[in-house]
Design a protein around this ligand. Structure first.
Ligand code: NAG
Ligand code: NAG
Ligand code: NAG
Ligand code: NAG
Ligand code: NAG
Length: 225
């Protein structure tokens, strides 16, 4: 009887360890949209340009932007995506909860797609800073704010879409999200300027997979008892 109790205890310790490992893994995963903003800023400061403020209102609209073009990734990873100018104020801002009186100017945009998921540093090289035109946009010294959004079409499956929006509006007072963004929950993808991790994007699978692993190992321990 005592032995069985001990084994039970053991089992729970194993389960808890795996569960904690899963939690840590999912925490460390973070938000690749914020990683991209950091990479963009490192690239700017390397040539003595100011850092751009990471604006969640712009980030959320960047995600909305690519949401509209999810059917438009060609087999050679070229993206046609030109929503109308009015969509910014009529669709993207309301969907994000951006307060219209604080809507600034969106003066630069970069977007692209890839059929396979790219880590932030690869996405920077192959999608965001892939040609001279986008590199010179990223290094335009009149810009003050940036927002990045990314999304995959299917869970754990591409194609994946990235968008960067740049603004030269006054920092911290433009593209303000209602209720400090509390009311806004994007159903898919992720955007910069928030600590919310991606939902349904490529890498959130880590957490459920590890929980499954923990449950399976508990199951096997059970058999040996
Ligand atoms: C900035 O990005 C460009 C384009 O990818 C790259 O060629 C350059 O080496 C980067 N600079 C730094 C300091 O990372
Ligand atoms: C998607 O591609 C089609 C065909 O090239 C184009 O007509 C349409 O405008 C594109 N969608 C957006 C939002 O740009
Ligand atoms: C891009 O910029 C580099 C360095 O400024 C230059 O050598 C190269 O020719 C440019 N490429 C194109 C396609 O304009
Ligand atoms: C920087 O952006 C501003 C505003 O969009 C534009 O007028 C200007 O030509 C750009 N400068 C460079 C060097 O690209
Ligand atoms: C904008 O906000 C950030 C973070 O809250 C702060 O560090 C920065 O100094 C502010 N910039 C301006 C121009 O107010």
């Amino acid at each position: 009887m005592r032995i069985i109790k001990k084994l039970w205890c053991c089992e729970w310790v194993v389960f808890c360890c795996l569960f904690l490992a899963a939690l840590v893994a999912s925490k460390n995963h973070g938000n690749p949209a914020n990683d991209l903003v950091d990479i963009i800023n490192k690239n700017r400061t390397a040539v003595k340009l100011s850092q751009l403020s990471n604006n969640p209102g712009l980030g959320c609209m960047a995600l909305q932007y690519v949401e509209q073009c999810k059917g438009n990734c060609s087999s050679n990873n070229a993206l046609t995506c030109q929503p109308s100018e009015d969509d910014f104020t009529e669709v993207f801002a309301p969907n994000c909860g951006v307060e219209l009186p604080t809507f600034g100017s969106v003066s630069g945009r970069i977007f692209g797609c890839q059929h396979k998921y790219l880590d932030p540093s690869e996405a920077f090289l192959h999608v965001i800073a892939q040609n001279n035109k986008s590199v010179s946009l990223l290094r335009n010294k009149t810009f003050t704010e940036v927002g990045v959004g990314l999304v995959g079409v299917h869970k754990h499956k591409g194609p994946y879409f990235w968008c960067v929006l740049l603004s030269n509006s006054q920092r911290n007072s433009t593209f303000v999200l209602q209720d400090l963004g509390e009311g806004i929950k994007q159903k898919k993808g992720c955007y910069s300027g928030t600590s919310t991790p991606c939902s349904d994007a490529h890498d959130v699978g880590v957490f459920p997979n590890l929980v499954t692993a923990a449950l399976i190992s508990v199951y096997f321990l059970e058999i040996f008892l």
